[in-house]
Design a protein around this ligand. Sequence first.
Ligand SMILES: Nc1nc2c(c(=O)[nH]1)N[C@H]1C(S)=C(S)[C@@H](COP(=O)(O)OP(=O)(O)OC[C@H]3O[C@@H](n4cnc5c(=O)[nH]c(N)nc54)[C@H](O)[C@@H]3O)O[C@H]1N2
Ligand SMILES: Nc1nc2c(c(=O)[nH]1)N[C@H]1C(S)=C(S)[C@@H](COP(=O)(O)OP(=O)(O)OC[C@H]3O[C@@H](n4cnc5c(=O)[nH]c(N)nc54)[C@H](O)[C@@H]3O)O[C@H]1N2
Ligand code: SF4
Ligand SMILES: [Mo]
Length: 745
Amino acid sequence: MNAEPSPFSSFPGRPGNSLLREWTGPMTADLVRSPGAFGLGQVPARLKPDAVTTAVCGFCSTGCGLKLHLQNGEAVNVTPDPDYPVNLGMACPKGWEVLAPLDASDRVTTPLLRNPNSGKLEPVSWEMAMETFVARMRDIQERHGAHSIAFLSTGQMCTEEMALLGSVFKFGMGGLHGDSNTRQCMATAHVAYKQSFGFDSPPYTYADFEESDVLVFVGANPCIAHPIMWQRVLRNPHHPEILVLDPRRTETAVNATLHLPLAPKSDLTLLYGIAAALIARGAVKHDFVQAHTQGFEEFAAFVTPFTPERACAAANLDRAVFDRAVEVIARGRRVSFWWTMGVNQSHESTRTAQALINIALMTGNIGRPGTGANSITGQCNAMGSRLYANATSLLGGRDFTKPEHRARVAADLGVEPSNIPDQQSWAYDQIIDGIDRGDIRGLWVIATNSAHSWIDAGRLDALMGKLDFLVVQDLYATTDTAKRAHLILPAAGWGEKEGTLINSERRIGRVKKVRRAPGQALSDFAIFRLVAAAWGCGPMFAEWSSPEATFQVLKRLSAGQPCDITGIRDYAHLDRAGGIQWPWSSAAGVGVEPATERRLFADGIFPMPDGRARFLFDPPRPVSEPTDDAFPFVLLTGRGTSAQWHTNTRTSKSEVLRRLYPAEAYVELNPEDARRLGISPHSKVTVSTRRGRLEVNAFVTPTVNPGHLFLPMHYDGVNRLTAASFDPHSRQPSYKHCAAALARV
Ligand SMILES: Nc1nc2c(c(=O)[nH]1)N[C@H]1C(S)=C(S)[C@@H](COP(=O)(O)OP(=O)(O)OC[C@H]3O[C@@H](n4cnc5c(=O)[nH]c(N)nc54)[C@H](O)[C@@H]3O)O[C@H]1N2
Ligand SMILES: Nc1nc2c(c(=O)[nH]1)N[C@H]1C(S)=C(S)[C@@H](COP(=O)(O)OP(=O)(O)OC[C@H]3O[C@@H](n4cnc5c(=O)[nH]c(N)nc54)[C@H](O)[C@@H]3O)O[C@H]1N2
Ligand code: SF4
Ligand SMILES: [Mo]
């Protein structure tokens, strides 16, 4: 491997090394002892809890508060927290079952190294794992350059962990390219907000769900994907109008007052048409536009040709439905616009998100209760990864390319400015193209299952064979990605570690160690510390000694940024306050406590140098793969049930959740298409595209329109069908459009 003395020789990883002792280390210390206060009825004696603590859920970005019922310090049960401001005592099935994935029989409990002779993964010690990691990555760097190694990370670990990973990799290991699954998910919202507002700032608070008189959901299915946010909508006392723009008649669309079943990827044209019609109706709040925005006149001129006829033709909508939508938005006093993956995952997603932002700005629906252009995030810590992962943005929402930003971070961290890269990382797709060209030879994948979730996964699968060294850090060695690894690092999961997550409304909440990780699995935080020590850059991160110490480092880095959190004292403060939304600056003054629900831009001032939000727009573009005679269907993908999470590595481990979703993959198709093709319900069909084919069960339902197919993303092979196409600004994949064919088996 390496002819030089092992870099490991200076590694303090001998028996007794504190870094390696974590699996026997203490559990969350600040447990509230309240025996018998749970009202749980008859709990088996074996599981009788003796204490309770709280944490936020580790699945979706709603960030529900959970009560963890403990026996001898270990969580034995979970109930929703009635006192947490997010969920007010509610939880979805995944929240109730959040402990189940930890007990799975296929948890990986030691590092595993592939034996080059047998080709098998074999258990090794952490010392051996770290020695191999450092030697192989260093060797690749020596032969192919410092930037020939890369990481792909996640929106599903704690902020402290993400920040440590990005910092160790970029400041300590000399790497440049690192991105995460947040690219698949929130890159569009990040770029859209940054360009329009000056900073990646979702403006809302969940109270807005209850305070709107009009809610417009675009490409979002909260009934399935964010069920507790939807519960907040149901608590709205104002009998709100609910508009849903979705090609499918989703569970959310069924509950709307008006469903716009628009043609896939016609959003941009339709939203420009709606904007033009609102302007024509005189629905513009000129005072607000004049005082707080820039570029409205150009925008108004640009959208003028988007007549109702043109918008309805592009979106295949009835004129009456279009007119009604315009009227409802124009008349609304508190209109909120919510979007999720139907917008973010498109070939022109950034401009589509900004089309919504433009409508909110011009109608003055921002900064007031019940308003906003509101991107709903997906993963439990998507927001943390946007601000603090040090992957594509420099720590604290800064830019790697700005010398003053690098200088500030260098000073705050006490590292040499020259240690901070002065270039942007490649985006996820560019890292993968780099593997194809041979520019990326070593890849470290953390808490994401790329082999299943990346677009055009067949290509990625082939390219993984080109890597000299693939490291996968996960809870399980059984994921599609882990099966390809040369080295597997066993990670502790949610509930087995400490740290914080940031939810959709910018609320920072705590995760606690209420379970011991199995075997020698370590928290991601501890693994990154081990890597730093083994690499020889440990001293650079001396101050990052624990998650809570790291939180203090991140506070310092946030000072003066729009995401300032210097006013949050420590973890205990988060507990006491029921989570705290950013920003919360120390400038508020000693003893001043943050209000429970806070929205941004109440003063109309945006984080631009001139304080004004921008109207941004571009002409709509054609999709990359239109349908044709051979592939006549549009293939849509997304979430199938509230019990399935992404690639199903975690949710499939719960017996309860398994009963709540179909065991076998299925495709939703319209009865008309089924009749035409002679497909009977529940029969086997193949869905094929130019890239692959998949055999699934037919689920015949009028909720999808004729000519459309919907595949839930949770089953193997879905992304072998999808076509790699990206938004040019955010480089987010367009998962929800490609041409497909359907046939009986
Ligand atoms: N149960 C469960 N919940 C989850 C997740 C999960 O895996 N399972 N994942 C979490 C994550 S990371 C995310 S990002 C969110 C995603 O949450 P959502 O975005 O709400 O979920 P999706 O089903 O991916 O997509 C939403 C809708 O977009 C529609 N759509 C497709 N194409 C178009 C289009 O061209 N225009 C419009 N307007 N709509 C279109 C689809 O029909 C779909 O109903 O969910 C989070 N919550
Ligand atoms: N066709 C299609 N594809 C899609 C989408 C779509 O709508 N359609 N949506 C996209 C979106 S929005 C997203 S967010 C992605 C999600 O895609 P992925 O991130 O690939 O999906 P997950 O199944 O959540 O993978 C997370 C992995 O991390 C592991 N893990 C969980 N917790 C921890 C932890 O604490 N530490 C470590 N080290 N590992 C952990 C899990 O076991 C799992 O293997 O999928 C994208 N792919
Ligand atoms: S809605 Fe999201 S955060 Fe709340 S319990 Fe369900 S998965 Fe967890
Ligand atoms: Mo996502």
